[in-house]
Write a protein that binds this ligand. Sequence first.
Ligand SMILES: C[S@@+](CC[C@H](N)C(=O)[O-])C[C@H]1O[C@@H](n2cnc3c(N)ncnc32)[C@H](O)[C@@H]1O
Length: 256
Amino acid sequence: MPNALGVPSPDKAAYMDDVARAAVGYKRQMLTLLELEPGLTVLDLGCGPGADIQSMADAVTTSGRVVGVDIDPRMVEAASARFHDHPHVEIRLGDGHTLPFEDATFDRARMDRALQHVADPAVVLSELLRVLKPGGLLRVGEPDWDSLTVDGDLEMNRAFNRFVCSTMVRNATIGRRLARLARGAGFEVQVVRTASPVFHDFALADNIFAFTRNTERAIRAGAIDRADGERWLAELQSGDFLAAPLVFLLSARKPL
Ligand SMILES: C[S@@+](CC[C@H](N)C(=O)[O-])C[C@H]1O[C@@H](n2cnc3c(N)ncnc32)[C@H](O)[C@@H]1O
């Protein structure tokens, strides 16, 4: 579980909305891959405050249905407030390990950066297989935090990634394991793609990747020397900035 080490975290719903605004191209790619059409029933597991639900609801129209599920009551409250007047959108509190749906309920299922946080990704993928109809499509987008690339001191980039992977994110390298896990759960893997949004604005990237917050946590945990950490943060803010995360996009199908 994330270890805050006394460093405050931002409001979770606002953070997810910020990410959605900063990663519009990636979000559009995820939507296109879902191959939505009017009348389809879609599950968004780990929906957060519902950043992607409006576009999915528009695509399936009122003849279809979008169901957002999240384990965090604050996310369910935020998403429910947004979509209370959309009869074909339903937001539910639920855990991906035990989904509250009958077998073969959905035509499509998606997770966007949520599998990285669950206790057992294999169980969650088995649940997604169960609730999809035969031939139903699964789309999952997950980062690989060992591959976050930052222009500047390479050793500090590596030390930062090591700390995030060991301490901050439960399944930090889930992205590279998606195809293997999906096959293990019984899916046919169609294709794995990558997406790497490039950030040039330090303040924006810092909000999303928590360079300042996580470097401070790594310093407090003894994983990074304070002088090295502070020098690195100053370097990142001093001139040309570039950071790019590696995100894997899995396209898979439930066998007929
Ligand atoms: C990084 S956020 C992504 C939210 C949203 N998919 C988006 O793209 O904005 C991950 C979400 O997964 C949810 N989550 C984590 N574990 C879960 C679980 N076991 N079942 C359902 N949701 C879960 C979290 O509460 C959080 O809202």
